[in-house]
Design a protein around this ligand. Structure first.
Ligand code: DAH
Length: 337
């Protein structure tokens, strides 16, 4: 038995230097180390020895197995990648698999672009909750209970106290409550309305509100800032106009139009033949809003504005159905990298 072990040990050592490929190493493993390999067979044979001889044989056999395992492990490690290349099924000259790279959604990108333009003009960013109370969404913004202006914004109510905000304008109230003028902020966020989903309207969309309040703020300040924004965002060649409008929280109120990007003012399908596109609502903060946050309307004045993000992105990129911005169809999203 001892002779057989010594012989096998010599054989194993002799093969150690000849394990050049993965196949060699695998052969070696099958022949010597596998469950039915030659070392295992010797362990089986050992059971037939007289009990007194078994410990010595067992020790030698264990030493043989440890050495063979070491030789095999060292061979596998040194063959490494070179060995893998040797295997017929592996072609290391194939190009790698590219990982798909993500990018921002057009809505996020539009918000970021608007933020960048206003930040350059000294505005900072403020945010507020999507679940609001009637006070912040309506009353503090000069929509008294039962006022018909509430119908302008079909609301999702959660219960008597809470609702999903219909605009980002309540953030103006939250910030003014916390701080004293001068305040120069923009407020991006998601808003919700109980509307029938169609190409033109959706139950959720995004807005960016803006607010500047200080002593002696005038409508000329509002115009200067919003014209600067529109020229940066839509191009410096545009023509614009301010039209009188109505919002409960501003007096006077206006809407800003720019010449249609498609027909340059001649009249087409997109601008409904008018040559103009509405891009935002704005106005001078109503004294009642200042009163609601404890400011003195004789000492503080301000302007505010609100921009619809989806509308802005659609105008700028010629998208004619708002639903495309929420369906996350990659064939659409990939066009806005
Ligand atoms: N909150 C208005 C809306 O959702 C948009 C708006 C208009 C916001 C004028 C303003 C503003 O801050 O001054 O229709």
């Amino acid at each position: 038995m001892q002779d057989a072990i010594t012989q096998l040990l010599d054989e194993v050592r002799a093969r150690a230097g000849r394990l050049a490929t993965r196949d060699d190493a695998e052969d070696f493993r099958i022949q010597y180390l596998a469950r039915k390999g030659r070392i295992a067979t010797l362990f089986e044979d050992m059971k037939a020895l007289p009990p007194a001889e078994r410990p010595v044989a067992g020790k030698l056999l264990n030493a043989l197995r440890v050495e063979a395992e070491g030789i095999h492990a060292a061979a596998v490690a040194s063959i490494g990648i070179a060995g893998a290349a040797h295997a017929a099924h592996l072609d290391l000259t194939l190009p790698g698999r590219a990982m798909p790279v993500g990018h921002q959604h057009i809505v996020t990108k539009t918000i970021d672009e608007i933020k960048t333009i206003f930040k350059a003009m000294g505005f900072s960013v403020a945010t507020g909750p999507e679940i609001e109370t009637d006070w912040y969404n309506f009353q503090a913004l000069n929509f008294p209970p039962d006022h018909p202006a509430r119908d302008m914004q079909d609301t999702f109510f959660i219960d008597d106290m809470r609702l999903l905000r219909t605009h980002t304008t309540p953030v103006q109230i939250r910030v003014m409550e916390q701080r004293t003028p001068p305040i120069r902020i923009i407020m991006p966020g998601r808003v919700f309305r109980n509307e029938v989903i169609s190409a033109r309207s959706h139950v959720q969309f995004h807005q960016v509100d803006g607010l500047f309040c200080d002593a002696h703020v005038t409508f000329a300040d509002l115009k200067g800032t919003l014209v600067a924004f529109a020229k940066r965002y839509y191009g410096s060649a545009l023509k614009y106009r301010f039209r009188p409008s109505f919002f409960p929280f501003t007096e006077p109120s206006a809407e800003m139009d720019i010449t249609c990007y498609l027909c340059a003012g001649k009249g087409c399908r997109v601008c409904k033949q008018s040559g103009w596109l509405e891009i935002l609502g704005c106005g001078m903060v109503d004294p009642n809003v200042f009163r609601a946050v404890g400011y003195d309307p004789d000492a503080v004045s301000g302007y505010a504005f609100g921009i619809g993000i989806e509308r802005t992105a659609m105008l700028r990129h010629g998208v004619d159905d708002i639903r495309l911005l929420f369906e996350n169809d990659l064939r659409v999203n990939r066009q806005f990298i």
